[in-house]
Design a protein around this ligand. Structure first.
Ligand SMILES: Cc1cc2nc3c(=O)[nH]c(=O)nc-3n(C[C@H](O)[C@H](O)[C@H](O)COP(=O)(O)O)c2cc1C
Length: 244
């Protein structure tokens, strides 16, 4: 298949969460997908300082491994993000990393990259954590596909190919066959308004990408109902948000 994907483990341990990534890596090898796994805990990931320089000036003053990891993510055809559930949410390490990717929320760079999210837990927090993770994928302009979860009681159940089928499909299908959800289209609309009316750095980026007169980042399959809904949503947002 000649595709390469990156798996990101955000547990400090190489146990439940890591094992699932390893299982998937072995299965992917049989279908010609190369998978690299990185452990976020092997890297220096500083906490966001809250200065918003990344958003406003496209600069971050923290000198650590985050930009290297972000650049690495762009080299792959697909990304798998895996986390243990802590207090019904993602691990702190992953949240710290997510916070540092804030510039991608305004000026997305993972356009059309399929993402699969994985959580492991003793028992609770699966759907809310996956919902949040999928939302981050959307904020990045990437494409959330499959979600995989295991509880400690089901950890020994091997991952079945049907659990990652959608992810694989998105790796191979042309981007123009993608069907963005209404949520993805509305997210695009919100950040388009911010780019055109509020943040100059975003405006330049969005215009360079040609997104300023688009409905979505890529030419994709959008049915008429979604088109009409998102158009009126965009108009409403455009009126509501004042020019800066
Ligand atoms: C700090 C901490 C918080 C946790 N919070 C939850 C939780 O809210 N709900 C739950 O069901 N399991 C919780 N767990 C259990 C882990 O999610 C579970 O054991 C997970 O599979 C560990 O993954 P790992 O082996 O990759 O580190 C927690 C574990 C730790 C250490």
């Amino acid at each position: 298949m000649n595709k390469k994907v990156l798996g990101i483990n955000s547990s400090k341990r190489k146990k439940n969460t890591y094992k699932i990534l390893q299982d998937i890596k072995e299965q992917f090898a049989h279908i010609g997908i190369d998978m690299d796994i990185i452990n976020l805990h092997d890297y220096n990931i500083g906490e966001c300082m809250g200065c918003e320089n990344c958003i406003i000036r496209d600069k971050c003053h923290i000198n650590d491994d985050v930009s290297m990891i972000m650049n690495k993510m762009k080299e792959y055809d697909g990304i798998i993000i895996a986390t243990p559930i802590y207090l019904n949410n993602i691990s702190g390490k992953l949240k710290t990393f997510f916070d540092r990717t804030c510039k991608w929320v305004h000026r997305p760079e993972l356009i059309g990259i399929p993402i699969m999210n994985i959580v492991t837990t003793a028992s609770s927090g699966i759907s809310s954590t996956l919902k949040y993770m999928n939302n981050v994928s959307i904020l990045w302009g990437a494409f959330p596909t499959d979600n995989i979860s295991r509880k400690v009681t089901t950890m020994d159940i091997k991952i079945k190919p049907k659990e990652y089928k959608n992810f694989i499909n998105h790796l191979v299908m042309p981007k123009k066959s993608y069907k963005p959800s209404l949520n993805q289209l509305m997210n695009f609309a919100v950040f388009k308004v911010l780019a055109l009316k509020v943040i100059q750095t975003d405006k330049e980026y969005w215009e360079k990408k040609g997104w300023d007169n688009k409905t979505y980042y890529i030419d994709a399959k959008i049915n008429i109902i979604k088109k009409i809904t998102v158009k009126s949503f965009y108009r409403m947002m455009y009126k509501k948000i004042n020019k800066v």
